[in-house]
Write a protein that binds this ligand. Structure first.
Ligand SMILES: [Zn+2]
Length: 373
């Protein structure tokens, strides 16, 4: 088994030290693969005088060719022919402004190991059947959004009795069906099977507002969980209101804050970040995060704010080994979190050039307009 597969199937998803050599071996192989198979990647690497053998120990990852996510939004870069890429995914976006990413068979197998390990850390793997409410898109032919695939994939962590979707395909767009979700919620609330929510925090916020206006309360059966995710953007926009959201969940759905599990990831960095019980995103073994100075791109020490650089050896199909996002973040020492996990955790705090912070309520206005897909 190759280094990548051994890393992604490693038992302990936060054992950064114990897997460092494996991570470096996988990174070296991954960078070498993209140099052999992707002309654009090789050109960028050669222009920076990069050679895969320069990456030997962890500090060397700063030398990897740094590709901005904006590049993937304008160009389609692949390191293998399309027929060898069984799954295609796009970032969440409108008007053609999204990245096209592919998952090769090896990365799908690696990803399965990662998802199983990460899901277990928050008690998401279960054989007990549940009713799912997806606050997101219903899968539809011709749509490849990564968020949609992640949401659908999450409904296999425990057997699904029903799947109800908040956004339903209608022609080329998606239409919200929150009334349908509320009906289902009332139905599920009276049953003994746990309910699992999965989706965008802003949609949950909007749904809870509707419930409150109508004086509705739907206590969910024991074992119910709220899974929230949908990309970095969603995450930092709504951070301010998280405690209010958690309180509302407890009051209207009777689900404790510890049963609210958040995820994030990006199409260009398809690593599943799962929060700890304190809602911190500790960096798992499949990924390394560097924070870089906004102007000089120099790597900054822990605790300082800068641009988020994400590194993973997961994909052979697309050269996303080291990507530069336009997100601003801070890396904190793992010991700052009381949960006991020693891995540093990443806090996303904004985006470069973002005019203002949009709130949950404003994000939810997208729902009323209908959402382009
Ligand atoms: Zn923690």
């Amino acid at each position: 088994m190759g280094a990548r597969m051994r890393l992604f199937w490693h038992k302990e998803p936060f054992d950064l030290e114990g897997t460092e050599r494996l991570f470096m071996a996988a990174i070296l192989q991954n960078a070498a693969y993209h140099m052999r198979h992707c002309d654009e990647y090789r050109c960028i690497a050669e222009a920076e005088h990069f050679r895969p053998d320069l990456v030997q120990t962890l500090p060397d990852i700063t030398k990897l060719p740094l590709l901005p996510t904006a590049l993937f939004k304008r160009h389609t870069l692949f390191s293998m022919p399309k027929w060898r890429i069984p799954v295609k995914a796009t970032s969440h976006g409108t008007s053609g402004n999204f990245s096209r990413i592919g998952l090769d068979t090896g990365s799908l197998l690696a990803g399965l190991g990662m998802v199983l390990r990460m899901a277990r850390t928050r008690g998401l793997l279960s054989l007990r059947p549940v009713n799912y409410i997806i606050l997101g898109y219903k899968p539809h032919r011709g749509h490849h959004m990564a968020v949609m695939k992640t949401a659908y994939g999450s409904t296999f962590l425990a057997p699904a009795l029903h799947r109800v979707y908040a956004l339903k395909p209608q022609g080329d767009t998606y239409q919200p069906d929150l009334e349908g979700v509320l009906d289902a919620l009332q139905r599920f609330s009276g049953q003994r099977h746990p309910v699992r929510f999965m989706g965008f925090p802003s949609y949950l916020w909007f749904l809870l507002q509707m419930m409150e206006e109508r004086g509705m309360r739907c206590p969910l059966p024991p074992g119910s969980k709220i899974m929230l995710g949908g990309g970095w953007k969603q995450h930092y926009r709504e951070q301010v209101e998280k405690p209010v959201l958690y309180a509302l969940v407890k009051r209207l759905l009777d689900v404790d804050e510890t049963e609210i599990i958040e995820f994030f990831g990006a199409a260009e960095h398809p690593i599943l970040f799962t929060d700890c019980p304190y809602h911190h995103f500790h960096v798992p073994i499949y990924s390394r995060v560097l924070i870089r100075d906004v102007h000089s791109l120099e790597v900054l020490p822990t605790g300082q704010t800068g641009l988020v650089n994400l590194i993973t050896p997961m994909l052979n199909a697309v050269p996303v080994t080291s990507i530069m996002t336009d997100d601003l973040g801070v890396l904190h020492e793992g010991t700052e979190c009381p949960c006991g996990c020693k891995a540093p955790y990443l806090e996303i705090i904004g985006r470069v050039g973002m005019p203002d912070i949009k709130t949950c309520a404003a994000g939810a206005s997208d729902i009323l307009k209908g959402v382009d897909a």
